[in-house]
Design a protein. Structure first.
Length: 78
């Protein structure tokens, strides 16, 4: 199930940013994101929020294993 962007912005800022950071750190592993200093992380968080707002990235909640993750829309099998 996809979580609407409007619902995401209602989350506490810390929660929303923790979700984004988790996504960014998974991107470190595959090389898509490489800048982990404070300024680079702030910039990446802003970029992720914009991509979520535009629908390039989406938040998917899996009821099966009760997990939540950010994914690229184009990678979804829906």
């Amino acid at each position: 199930m996809l979580v609407p962007y409007d619902s995401l912005v209602q989350l506490p800022t810390e929660t929303f940013e923790a979700l984004i950071k988790e996504y960014l750190f998974t991107q470190l592993e595959d090389g898509s994101f490489s800048n982990t200093d404070a300024d680079g992380l702030k910039t990446a968080i802003v970029q992720c929020k914009q991509a979520l707002k535009q629908g390039v990235l989406v938040v998917e909640f899996s009821e099966e294993d009760e997990s939540i993750a950010i994914r690229q829309r184009e990678q979804l099998g829906h």
